[in-house]
Design a protein around this ligand. Structure first.
Ligand code: AHG
Ligand code: MN
Ligand code: MN
Length: 324
């Protein structure tokens, strides 16, 4: 039984990682334990439903989106290692401690549409080393491959923390006493899968390669893929990626023909990059159909991106269809 507070110092020492990085991870987790408490209360605390506000991306905010965002900001601001943060729910970055060596980016609550119906939601985070010099938006615009670490806390039937500091992936489960206890080390995403996740209601808007790919999967053992596929759609990306980490699969949110200014729905900095690092560390793959996700040079904090991630052979197959 290894608790997170036992694991972190040992892991830092084993891989010669700086103490500050462990401290930032612990601060993020501390905020998530508080968010977990709120999520578990739900209607009992009167915190379900709409906040009546919108975020910079034009999305309606739930009360719990706002609460989770504030809990993370309050906790991270008091950590001397955090120089600044950026959140899906904030217009611009927030400066924290001048001498901090790290930046934290987060989606405070992923899967907002599921909050009010008691389906898994989660917090997704990305940790970057702060570049030299004053803090600007550019300080945050680092490729996913350059993340110092990333992960998520899933508020599901169990509350689980999954993270990587680029030396494998570790899974911890929150026990009744409020401690995260290690329950898995180095899960591996199988290279092949028979399970896919996509919002099929958008089908008529997809471009030709995605139309062809899903048609092939739906054809099952009567088509070119020669096997039957199952489908899942939770509508919480964090839960889909956790399922894929545990048993494989491919998750997609493609760009479509509706709004040429939006290359997909999901956000590169708060969702795609942190979850891609976890999956790559576990042997999975991730891309935007033309490029590896982690190699994309970000251009804006709230930038959106097309997403295909999960079991390696399936992600590569989708890439080949898009290059054909
Ligand atoms: P968020 O709640 O942070 O805005 O993200 C929701 C995202 C993602 O979690 C999920 O996969 C997707 O939106 C669901 O989209 P649909 O509404 O198209 O199902
Ligand atoms: Mn999200
Ligand atoms: Mn969110």
């Amino acid at each position: 039984m290894t608790t997170l507070s036992q694991f972190i110092p040992q892991h830092l020492e084993n891989h010669h990682l700086p103490e500050g990085l462990g401290s930032v991870l612990e601060a993020i987790v501390a905020a998530c334990v508080q968010i977990n408490g709120q999520v578990r209360q739900g209607a009992l605390a009167g915190i379900l439903g709409e906040a009546g506000t919108g975020n910079v991306q034009g999305e309606d905010q739930k009360k719990l989106d706002v609460i989770a965002n504030q809990l993370l900001i309050n906790t991270l601001k008091t950590n001397p290692n955090v120089a600044g943060l950026a959140s899906e729910e904030e217009d611009t970055f927030v400066a924290c401690n001048e001498n901090g060596g790290y930046l934290v980016l987060f989606d405070p609550l992923d899967g907002s549409s599921n909050i009010d119906v008691n389906i898994s939601v989660g917090t997704i985070f990305s940790i970057l080393a702060k570049p030299e010099g004053g803090l600007t938006t550019e300080s945050f615009l680092q490729k996913g491959r350059d993340q110092a670490g990333s992960g998520y806390v899933l508020y599901g039937p169990q509350t689980q923390l999954v993270f990587t500091l680029k030396h494998g992936v570790f899974v911890f489960t929150l026990d009744e006493a409020g401690n995260f206890v290690q329950t898995l080390a180095n899960p591996q995403v199988p290279a092949q899968t028979k399970e896919f996740a996509i919002n099929m209601s958008n089908q008529r808007h997809w471009f030709a390669p995605m139309q062809q790919y899903i048609a092939e999967l739906l054809a099952g053992d009567t088509g070119v893929r020669g096997k039957n596929y199952n489908m899942r759609w939770v509508a919480s990306m964090v839960a889909e990626i956790h399922r894929i980490l545990m048993r494989g699969g491919v998750f997609m949110y493609p760009q479509d023909a509706r709004d040429p200014s939006k290359p997909g729905k999901l956000r590169l900095m708060y969702e795609a990059n942190p979850l891609s690092l976890v999956l790559e560390q576990a042997g999975g793959a991730s891309g935007n159909t033309v490029q590896a996700m982690l190699d994309i040079q970000p251009e804006g904090l709230h930038q959106r991106v097309a997403v295909v991630m999960g079991s390696r052979e399936e992600v590569e197959y989708v890439g080949r269809l898009h290059r054909a």
